[in-house]
Every structure is written in C-alpha cells, then in structure tokens.
Design a protein. Sequence first.
Length: 479
Amino acid sequence: MPKLALKIGLPIVIGAFVVIVLISRGAADSVLSFEWQTSERLLLSAEDAKKADFSISVSPRGAHVAYVIKEQQSGKDQYRLRLDDRDVGVYSQVWETIFSPDGKRTAFLVSYGAGEGDRFIVDGKEQEKYEALMPGMAAFSPDGSLFGYQAVKDKNVFIVINGVPGKAYEMVWGIGQRSIAPLVFSANGKHYAYQARRDNKDFVVHDGKEHPVELALDHLPALSPDGARWAVVTSEPIGNNKLAPRVVVDGQPFGRTYHYIGNRPVFSPDGKRIAYSPTLRWDPGQDQEGICVVDGKELEPRYEFVRTIVFSPDSKRLAYEAKRRGKFVVVLDGQESKEYDLVRSASLIFSPDSRRFAYRVSSNLGEFIVVDGVEQGPYSMTLTPPIFSSDSRHVIYLAASAKEQFAVIDGEARGKYEAVSVPDSGTDALRRSNHPIEFEAPQFLTGDSFGYVAKRGGAYYWIEERRVRHLAPQKAKPK
C-alpha cells in the first residue's frame, strides 16, 4: 500500500463537524475528511417504558437496561424487576438498581415484605438479609471488583464489602463529593475507607483496619488514587470548651486549625499533593472569609468561600471555584476567570493531557460551558458537566433549549430529543439517586466515540457518536 504523506501541515475546519486535510498518494492528491456520524440502538420500547414504575437505569456503554413494573397480586402491590428482556423476580419493593462502571455487574436492592428484611441481589445471587438497607448507600468500586454498602443488624451498623460484613459500630457516617455515603473507594478501585464510631471513639477504617482519630466530623475520608494514603477532617480542643477542625493525613495532624473546614481534602493524581478549603472567619452579620490551602500553603487572595478543588492529571496544575461579593469565579493556575452568577459545583475538569480546562456556569443570559476560556452557549440548561475525550481533542456535554435536548460536540449541537441522559456510573449512588443527570457526563468510549441515552416518542435509545474518516480522490484542477 503506498505511503500517505501530509500535504498541508495544519488541519482546516470546514462546517460543523468536518475536518479536511490534503494528502498525497503518489502522484494523485486525495482528500481526507473527518466527520461525526450518529447511530442509535433501541434500549426500551415506548410500550415497555410506559409500564416502568421506577426510573429506567441504563448501564455504562448502554449494554443493559433495568426497570420495574408495578403489578397487583392478591390485592397487594408487587414489583416486577426486569433486566433487558427477562424477569429477575417479583418483590414487595425494589429500592435500587446499580450497574458496575464497566456495565458487566449488577446489584439490586429488594424487599420480600414485612418482617423479611432487605437484601441485595448481586450478579444474580442473593446476599444476607438485614434489618435495614437504605437506597443510596451502596456502590461498586471504579474497577468493579468491590461492591460495598451500609447495613443495620441488631442495632449495629456494618459496612459490607463483597458480601462480608466488617466490624460492628454504633454509627457510620459521611457524605462527600463523588462518593456514596458512607463509603469511599480509591480511584484504582482496590481500596476503601469510611468513618465510624464505637464506645464514643472515632475511627477511620481503611481496608478494614481501624485508625483512631480525634472527634471526627461528619465528612468522608479521602483516599489517594492508589489507595495508599488517607486524610480526614477532625476536631481538636483549643481551650474554653471550644473545638477547631484540622486535617489529619495518614494519622498525623496536617497544617493548622481553622474556624471551619466544609469539604474533605483532595489528593493529587500522583498522591503527593493535598489541598482543601477552610474558612478563616464565619460570624453572624459579618463577611465570611475562606481560602484554598495547597500542600500546607495558604493561597491568596481570600474569598467568601472556596470549593471544588481539582488537580490536573499530571498533578502540576490546580483550579478551584470561589465566591466573592455575591459572584463566582474560577481560579486556574492562580488566575481568575470573569465573574458569573454561579459556577456549577463539581463541574471543573482538566483534559487528560492536562493542557485544556472546562467548566459549567450560569448568568442572566443563560447557562454556558466554558472551554479554554471561551464560552459555549447560551443554553436554557446545561444538563451535564463537560468531559474531554481520551485524546484531549474533543469536548462534549448534554444541554437543552426551551423545547428539546441534545448532545454538544465541540460547541455544535447534535440530535434533537425529548430528553437526553447518561448511563448510570455504578459509583455514585447517593448523588445519582438525588440528581439523575446532574453530576454525570456522557461517556467517551474511545477518543473518537461517545455514547448517551435519549428518549424519543416515549422510547429509549442508546446513541453513539463516532468520528469517522473518509479518503476520496481530489478533483483535478482545470487547466
């Protein structure tokens, strides 16, 4: 096959989705074009969707769909759980359906009736029943190898990992960003941690091992991406019967005490850096004052508060959102963005190569996605945060106008549907149950394709957008 040589050094963007370059193939010139093509696959017919009593759950990559049908049996409400085109079972209640991040594993929280307790059905096998299992308290680890949840039995609280209950506690708590309550997994999916209390003593439990901590606050612990390190916000006495919060890392006090620390610490991807956002002053009738602390250093300037701190994948860059005089800014590498009415929480994201950056904002003109400092929009609503492709070249998100919803690729709308959503992540049960699509983004399958869920005519479809290339001979120029 003849070797193709690039004839024009820089690609030329033409139209909405086509990139064209000229290449030479021997003596003949050809045109290489790239465009996004849409395919769709039926997930659930309109007829079956009408029967679904609960919200429909779609697995990552759109491989499976689970839904519940309410029926009457012997004068009582019963709920039939279906997975794809088959019945899983009939129960007095189906509380939750969860898929693993790779879409290969399932977990269903069901009840057989009064006095029978609740139990999970994981990969088709029933686990032990408990007195109480609450929705939003279970999740798969990011790699799908672990499944954990909180359970109550004989007035004791347990964390159950892969069907094996841990030690009994009086209390297990914590609600944090990008995690379930009360369990957090490491990014590699191999480790877990939670916060618990027994006999008025507080612990961080890391992979089943207890680490005593002082007067733990209602926060989840944080784990480094490899799961080797942990951090938590505790309180320590400062005299006059007063307490002040402090960060503890790997069991050792880190930094100084503050008036308030509202969010758990954040580790950098390499696990070597740590950041958090304490409040210096928060008194009734006075201005609030908060800062970002990175590696123990307090960054200036100060704001009313700081939240949503993110490191870049290479751990070298830092961004966070802050509020000042009633307006929000994003601080990237120490530089402030323009002011907005709102920066949507948990929307800040770096590209995989750490060079690009995007986030989600609101103003009196509507909602926008800001990519590399340039606003895309306005939209009536942005339905998801932005996400970069694995090659960092493309940005996608879901948005809505007054009458329809759609995906947006590199600033251009694709498709028009009654509704668009994203597959369940399998790792964000609490946030997913409260906000079905608020904190999730469309799923990139590769650098050149991504998928999402759409509703049209009452039916649900898996939509895949794929970037394809075409090679065609270039028309000869007239002499």
